[in-house]
Design a protein around this ligand. Structure first.
Ligand code: FAD
Length: 518
């Protein structure tokens, strides 16, 4: 069985035993990537259990540097998590709920540590939200069993998607492999189950005597994490200005976007120089915002309750948020994508180039293709990249440079503040044509045309490539080919490292040979 099926089966097997567990001295909510108090299903369920029994709710977060390594979590994302934890700790303290944070060196020790804490605190019930990556599902399945063996009850909830993975199937009972029919089914499912967009209240305040019982747990510090995931002072200052942390910021960002920009989203979303998208991916990734809140807030701006009617901008935006659900559903159904394998097995034999100097030029934003370089400098400068540019640089790496898409996927995870395995893997699969519902392999973005179409004035390029800031007119898209060679050379901007026409032909041959297609 797939890891989620296995976890679900174990939850069913242990259901009777879990129901029999009596609430002892405390109930625990284990935070992972759901770092908010509002509209958090697992936290709300834990709070209700504690409230009904009149015992304290304790929250726990375990920092594992090994987990950060294993997930290739970027330093900027680790920093964002730590800043968020500090805010979360304060918000919970205002409700007299402690957030106990501890560093666990080895990630495989997490289940044992949790059981130890539960026993130390006399806690009988553990609540958490489900994460859909393979290791996490396996770990949770193990922990549910361990809890049952120790006479404890662990409950695991679907929370991160609007529609839980597995809920939508084709007429023949299979997971959809194409987004459009899946999206129609997603919309119909939400319309039929409007409670999916209901909100979960923040937890109730711990009663005063309950607070006293757990008073010692308020004292713990939120640790700084491992040395190689720490930002320099200069980087920290810049990233903190771009990305204030915590759920209050997330809510504000969402409200502002819905107030000011969502109506124009369909028309403007593809232009990286216009700040026309929501930039809430960082909050959805850290769980400082729930997908339910996101879709509900957008829907409530519309004149209709229907997700696929009314204002075009709102519809378009909701359908983008749905892509996030789609890729998580895909991950649950085809977990082998977690193992470095392309979604389409027939794309396993492409002979990739491992040209180190090309890869370095791409990473550093020195390919000589201004739109690609601007985007790569944006990811380094902000920990973020505009969606159109993510597609451009992913196509450029996997097709123009014919470099293994997995190297780009990894680089993104190591640099993005919103790095999310399912969406990142899905995006790379789409652009390199090896993924689910991907671009056909023969559709190869022309970086020059993309640049002219989506950054017509060159403002995005000028912002991120200072060597070209004084280049005027159309030359900005191709300075060496369009009469700004002297200027570019003087400023130290490199010439194009490949010829797009040649590399396009090379990519077509390699994809055809690798997949045995004509
Ligand atoms: P908006 O345009 O405002 O969209 C709202 C939300 O919808 C986003 O925050 C995001 O949660 C979701 N969304 C939008 N587009 C997509 C999409 N194509 N796939 C999945 N979800 C989407 N997104 C990540 O969150 N993490 C990643 O690691 C990631 N890696 C990507 C890699 C590649 C190669 C590509 C092509 C796309 C990737 N995306 C990733 C999707 C998308 O680029 C970002 O979600 C988006 O740019 C975030 O900006 P925003 O919040 O302003 O988006």
């Amino acid at each position: 069985p797939r890891p989620m099926e296995r976890l679900t089966a174990i939850l069913e097997e242990t259901s009777a035993a879990r129901k029999k567990v009596k609430v002892k001295d405390a109930v625990v909510h284990w935070f992972k990537m759901d770092l908010r108090i509002t509209d958090n299903r697992g936290l709300w369920e834990a709070s209700e259990k504690a409230r009904e029994a009149g015992v304290p709710l304790i929250c726990i977060y375990l920092v594992s540097p090994q987990d950060f390594e294993a997930h290739l979590t970027s330093a900027v994302r680790v920093d964002f998590t730590i800043r968020t934890l500090r805010i979360l700790k304060e918000d919970l303290a205002a409700l007299d709920i402690p957030l106990y944070v501890e560093t666990v060196e080895k990630r495989k020790e997490i289940p044992d540590r949790i059981i130890e804490f539960m026993e130390e605190w006399g806690a009988s019930h553990l609540f958490t939200n489900m994460e859909y990556e393979v290791d996490e599902l396996r770990r949770e399945a193990k922990l549910v069993k361990m809890c049952t063996d120790h006479g404890l009850a662990m409950e695991v909830f679907h929370d991160t998607c609007v529609v839980p993975p597995g809920a939508l199937t084709t007429g023949s009972g299979k997971q959809y492999a194409v987004y459009t029919p899946w999206y129609r089914s997603w919309v119909a499912y939400v319309h039929a189950n409007p409670e999916l967009l209901a909100t979960f209240d923040p937890p109730s305040k711990n009663p005063p005597d309950a607070r006293d019982k757990v008073a010692a747990l308020f004292d713990c510090d939120v640790p700084d994490v491992s040395e190689n995931k720490t930002l320099s002072k200069e980087d920290a200052k810049r990233f903190h200005a771009f990305w204030p942390a915590g759920e209050h910021e997330a809510k504000g960002r969402l409200e502002r976007f819905c107030e000011e920009k969502i109506g124009q989203y369909a028309k403007r979303r593809n232009f990286p120089a216009q700040a026309a998208t929501s930039s809430i991916s960082v909050h959805l990734a850290a769980g400082t915002l729930s997908a339910r809140t996101t879709v509900r807030t957008a829907r409530d701006r519309n004149k209709t309750k229907k997700l696929d009617a009314g204002n075009e901008g709102i519809q378009a935006w909701i359908s983008e948020v749905a892509w996030r659900d789609f890729y998580k559903h895909v991950l649950v159904n085809w977990p082998y994508i977690c193992m470095n394998k392309p979604f389409k097995p027939e794309y396993s034999n492409i002979e990739w180039s491992y040209n180190a100097s090309h890869f370095k030029a791409w990473c550093e934003g020195r390919t000589g293709f201004p739109i690609v370089d601007a985007a790569m400098r944006q990811i380094r400068g902000m920990g973020y990249m505009h969606n159109r540019c993510r597609m451009i640089v992913a196509s450029f790496l996997s097709k123009d440079l014919l470099i293994d898409w997995r190297m780009g996927e990894r680089f993104f995870m190591e640099h993005l503040i919103d790095g999310d395995f399912a969406s990142n893997n899905g995006g790379w699969g789409f652009s390199s044509s090896v993924g689910i519902d991907a671009q056909p392999y023969f559709r190869i973005f022309n970086p020059l045309l993309q640049s002219e179409k989506f950054d017509p004035e060159g403002d995005y390029i000028r912002k991120w490539v200072p060597e070209l800031k004084d280049v005027r007119g159309k030359a900005i898209h191709d300075p060496y080919g369009r009469g700004a060679a002297e200027q570019a050379k003087k400023a130290g901007y490199p010439r194009a490292i490949v010829d797009h026409k040649d590399s396009r032909n090379r990519a077509l041959s390699a994809y055809k040979a690798g997949t045995g297609r004509d």
